[in-house]
Structures are given as structure tokens and as C-alpha cells.
Design a protein. Structure first.
Length: 227
């Protein structure tokens, strides 16, 4: 028999572990981006050929899909390894922000993004109501953002609209709240189950939060760092 104290402690440990994995991924991404941005050789390799960023992006999608579909086959160490590889690949393309924006702008926006992410995450943890509807609406809006981003590749003025960035921030703040509530449900379903699977689920949850934060940061950067 497990009492409420044991359950709450287990839930807290699960959430803390998820944030630890997420923090590790963010650190790897930003360190990789900074090192790459300060290496002319690396910049030439990545951005001298237009196809390379697309190849890196494709590899990132492949990793995310693999982690989701093969979670039962992969070990915790393999899942963590894929998260680390994903963080490095994202850091390589992320290096462009250190060229396009000043360090002070990046630092300022990072702090704002962290504050917004934290507030959204807390809203998700403490919400009494089911946020599934919020998640579905935000998910549909996300497809709209992706469509606009694709159009923006051919018509830059579309993606350059400040409203696009505002909507992006709102969507990913909503997804953060939803994902945090989902993390509590994931823990509930895995509580007292296989510890190995619980660890793998924490890695997947960390990836979701990592993506939420990265997107909040990028949309804010576009919004507040316009020349």
C-alpha cells in the first residue's frame, strides 16, 4: 500500500528528474550553439551549403520519432543518448542566433522566456481542471504556425509579422501548461510500475518541455529583437 506522502514524493522526484533532463538538454544546445558560432570553420561547414540545415532538421525529426516509437525497445541510456544527440544537432543550427542577435538580447530574452515558461509550467501543475482542450487547441494552432512558417520561406513578410511571434509565444505557453499536467498523468500511470520505463518516460517528457521552452525563446527573440 502506498500512502499520499509516498505518492507525492514519487511525483516530485519524477518532475524533478524531468526538469533535470530538460536542463541538461538546454545547456548542451546553448553551449554547442555558442562554440559553433565562434568557430568560422564550423559555420562554414553548416551554412555554406543550404541543404545542411535541412539535413540536420531532418535528423532531429527522425530522432524524435524514434524516441517515441521505440520507447519500449530502447534503454534509458539509449533514450538519454538520443536526447543528447538531438540537443547537439539543434545547437548546431541554433548557432545562427549568436550571429543574428547580440549577446545581451539573447540573455535578456532567455530570462523572459524562462519566466514565462516557469509561470506556464506552474499553471499546468496546479490547475484543477483538465487542460486537454487547451492542448488540442494549441496543437491545432501549432499546425497553423508551421504552415505560416513554410509560407514564410517563400514570402518572408508573412513570418516577419509581429503577430505571428505573439501567437507563437501564446501557443507554446499553453502547450507548456498542458505538457506539465500531462507529466503528472504520466507519473500516475507509471507509479509503482517498472522504474526503467518511468525513467524513459521522464526523458520523453523532458524532450516535450525542452521543445516548448526553445520555441517560446525563439518567438520572443523575434518579437523583442527587431531592428
Amino acid at each position: 500500500m502506498y500512502n499520499d506522502v509516498t505518492y507525492k514524493k514519487s511525483e516530485s522526484n519524477f518532475i524533478n528528474k524531468t526538469f533535470m533532463y530538460m536542463g541538461m538538454a538546454l545547456l548542451i544546445t546553448f553551449v554547442t550553439a555558442f562554440i559553433t558560432a565562434n568557430s568560422q570553420t564550423m559555420l562554414n561547414i553548416i551554412f555554406s551549403n543550404r541543404m545542411i540545415p535541412f539535413v540536420l532538421f531532418g535528423a532531429e525529426i527522425l530522432i524524435v520519432v524514434s524516441m517515441g516509437r521505440k520507447i519500449n525497445k530502447l534503454s534509458r541510456e539509449q533514450m538519454l543518448g538520443l536526447l543528447i544527440v538531438y540537443s547537439i544537432l539543434n545547437g548546431l543550427t541554433f548557432s545562427a542566433i549568436f550571429i543574428l542577435y547580440t549577446s545581451s538580447s539573447i540573455a535578456t530574452v532567455f530570462l523572459i522566456a524562462a519566466a514565462m515558461f516557469f509561470c506556464s509550467a506552474m499553471a499546468g501543475i496546479t490547475a484543477k481542471r483538465d487542460l486537454s482542450v487547451v492542448g488540442k487547441i494549441a496543437g491545432m494552432a501549432l499546425f497553423g504556425l508551421i504552415a505560416i512558417a513554410i509560407i514564410g520561406m517563400f514570402v518572408p513578410q508573412v513570418a516577419a509579422n509581429p503577430l505571428f511571434s505573439v501567437i507563437g509565444v501564446i501557443v507554446f505557453c499553453a502547450l507548456t501548461a498542458y505538457d506539465m499536467q500531462k507529466i503528472k498523468r504520466i507519473h500516475s500511470s507509471s507509479f509503482a510500475g517498472d522504474p526503467e520505463r518511468a525513467n524513459k518516460l521522464a526523458v520523453m517528457a523532458a524532450l516535450s518541455l525542452y521543445l516548448d521552452f526553445i520555441n517560446i525563446f525563439l518567438y520572443l527573440l523575434r518579437l523583442f529583437s527587431r531592428d
